[in-house]
Write a protein that binds this ligand. Structure first.
Ligand code: GLN
Length: 284
């Protein structure tokens, strides 16, 4: 039986040879999962022998990781804003950049009662974080994929916010949401242009849901449709927050400026200093 340390060394080499990013980190996360412990425990138990059943489980996961399958899908979860979210290949894996939209929504309003909708909710990470952070807020999770909504509803129950955040199956370009019914409309819609496909990593292209990534009209199709719908669904004085691509800031700004409905339009940057999401307030 190998020790934990030896098993990790061998797997790190295997993942490195396969061209996987951060091979040691991947190996540790997968091993921690197989032992049902955290990474600190692994280090403290580096000299322990690995029982064959755990070693076999670890080898199976390592082999899938070597093929490019994201760690989040292998573990079935990803942390977002400090909470654990279940994810499956039906949902996008939540990204740290998306936490910035959540943060903006939280600081833009007082903690008193409010209605919001998360359009294209995927795992539900945006809507459920808002509900978990703000006990008086009520939201809607909308997604076109019933499989994604199953995951979002599971996460809603885990976080004990399900009764405040119902799920609706529908298309974000024609959402079944009443006029002037929302204080805040928030979304991380699909925004990658088809032409950008060659620049997207295999890990994303081969494993994450294409419907959550790509949008027509040079990636602006969903953003434009959503802005149009938000102008209808938001109450006067309501807030629209949409994530977008690093190269789309100017186009999104121009699109919102060209519409008569918005004031105080801003493009916000992410940690890397790249344009990442827009903010616009519906005129009163
Ligand atoms: N709202 C989810 C997220 O931010 C899903 C987004 C999407 O599927 N485009 O992770």
């Amino acid at each position: 039986m190998p020790t934990i340390a030896a098993m990790l060394r061998q797997a790190t080499r295997q993942l490195d040879d396969a061209g996987v990013d951060a091979p040691r980190r991947s190996a540790e996360l997968l091993a921690a999962h197989c032992f049902d412990r955290d990474r600190v425990w692994l280090i403290a138990h580096a000299d322990d022998a690995v029982p064959p059943a755990r070693e076999a489980a670890f080898h199976a996961l390592t082999a899938r990781r070597a093929q490019g399958e994201p760690v989040a899908y292998l573990l079935g979860g990803k942390e977002f804003y400090g909470r654990a979210f279940h994810v499956t290949p039906a949902t996008l894996i939540p990204r740290p950049e998306t936490e910035l939209l959540v943060e903006r929504a939280l600081e833009a309003f007082p903690p008193s009662a409010l209605r919001f909708a998360d359009m294209g909710t995927g795992s539900g990470c945006i809507a459920l974080t808002l509900a978990a952070e703000r006990p008086l807020w009520r939201g809607l999770m909308l997604d076109i994929s019933p499989q994604a909504l199953d995951v979002a509803c599971h996460n809603a129950r885990q976080l004990h916010v399900a009764e405040r955040v119902p799920a609706i199956c529908g298309d974000m370009t024609s959402p079944p949401v009443a006029d002037s019914s929302l204080d805040c409309c928030i979304s991380n819609p699909p925004y990658i242009a088809e032409a950008e496909r060659p620049g997207i990593s295999r890990e994303v292209l081969d494993f994450e849901p294409a419907g959550a990534l790509f949008s027509p009209a040079e990636g602006l199709g969903h953003l434009a449709a959503l802005a149009g719908q938000a102008a209808r669904m938001l109450r006067p004085g309501g807030l629209l927050l949409m994530e977008h691509g690093a190269g789309q800031g100017a186009a999104v700004h121009a699109m919102l400026m060209a519409s008569p409905f918005w004031r105080d339009i801003k493009i916000h940057k992410d940690f890397a200093g790249l344009d990442r999401f827009c903010e616009a307030w519906k005129k009163v």
